[in-house]
Write a protein that binds this ligand. Structure first.
Ligand SMILES: Nc1ncnc2c1ncn2[C@@H]1O[C@H](COP(=O)(O)OP(=O)(O)OP(=O)(O)O)[C@@H](O)[C@H]1O
Ligand SMILES: [Mg+2]
Length: 278
């Protein structure tokens, strides 16, 4: 891997959620494009290893995926990885997820770790669309990430899981790097937007409006709105978010803890149970 100092490392942005279907892929793809428009080197890792659909959302045809890296090697080769990246017309590069869900288990946390390290060393920003919740591989990515975007909406079930995710981030000592993205924030529902700060216990929320035609077209036609519908409310909110994310570049959290985060999660839970906090 090319040697870079900590300051020269790119940022890793993990996009996660406690519930499926909340807009992780939409955010990942369009955020990457918004960052690319700022003349930065940007790649996407489709970390939704079972059902990744970044390829579809960007209308990319690719015969190869991260799965090709697993066939022979124990150590991931940088050149081999680069050959698998597909370049979108925007210039964003994508490492697609395996095309069959049964291959997902073959992508181990160790492989993910190496792939992320290589991608971060080659880019200004790597945006990862992760699996729902705290799967082992998602946790490995979240631990390495400099920023974690936790996507929620105003549905009760999503908010319940978002709260649980936030509590777990706090337990793991990762809460500081989490930004809560309230997607479809203008959609009228049971929960009112003004109640969110008290529900989620924070005022620091980032909002993306509801825009069904723009979002659905973006995903279904594979033409990200960051490319085709730059003047819409959704695109503008996304550009604003991209701007806010790069404002305070913070590489501190690239300093890793030696203990695997998955193990740490269980140790902390045991500890909390013993001390009667759970
Ligand atoms: N801001 C928005 N306004 C309107 N619709 C939206 C918005 N964001 C997402 N959607 C819609 O929500 C659905 C899910 O979006 P998306 O696929 O990005 O979510 P996801 O979290 O990646 O889902 P999965 O868990 O299946 O991977 C899509 O139909 C999309 O059009
Ligand atoms: Mg998705």
């Amino acid at each position: 891997m090319s040697e870079k100092t900590l300051q020269e490392q790119g940022e890793l942005i993990a996009v996660c959620s406690g519930k499926g279907g909340v807009g992780r892929t939409l955010l990942t793809v369009n955020l990457a494009i918004a960052l690319k428009k700022k003349n930065l080197k940007v790649s996407i890792l489709d970390g939704d290893f079972q059902f990744g659909d970044v390829n579809m959302a960007m209308d990319l045809q690719s015969a190869s995926t991260i799965y090709e890296l697993l066939k022979n090697e124990t150590r991931i080769d940088e050149l081999a990885l680069n050959e698998l990246l597909v370049t979108h017309q925007s210039g964003v590069k994508v490492l697609p997820a395996p095309d069959r869900p049964e291959f997902a288990d073959l992508v181990t946390p160790e492989v993910v770790d190496q792939v992320v390290d290589i991608m971060v060393s080659q880019n200004d920003y790597v945006v990862v669309d992760t699996e729902v919740g705290f799967q082992e591989k998602s946790l490995a990515i979240i631990e390495k990430a400099t920023q974690v975007l936790l996507v929620t909406n105003l549905e009760i079930a999503t908010l319940k899981n978002t709260k649980l995710m936030l509590e777990t981030f706090t337990t793991l000592g990762l809460r500081e790097k989490v930004k809560i993205i309230v997607n479809q924030s203008t959609k009228k529902g049971f929960v009112k937007l003004e109640d969110l700060p008290s529900i989620l216990d924070t005022d620091l929320l980032y909002y993306l409006p509801d825009n069904d035609s723009v979002a659905t077209k973006s995903l279904n036609q594979g033409i990200p709105f960051g490319v085709s519908r730059g003047k819409t409310d959704l695109a503008k909110a996304l550009y604003k978010l991209a701007h806010q994310l790069i404002e305070k570049k913070d590489v501190a959290s690239l300093k890793h803890n030696s203990k695997p985060i998955f193990a740490k999660l269980f140790t902390k839970q045991k500890h909390m149970k013993r001390s009667g906090r759970m």
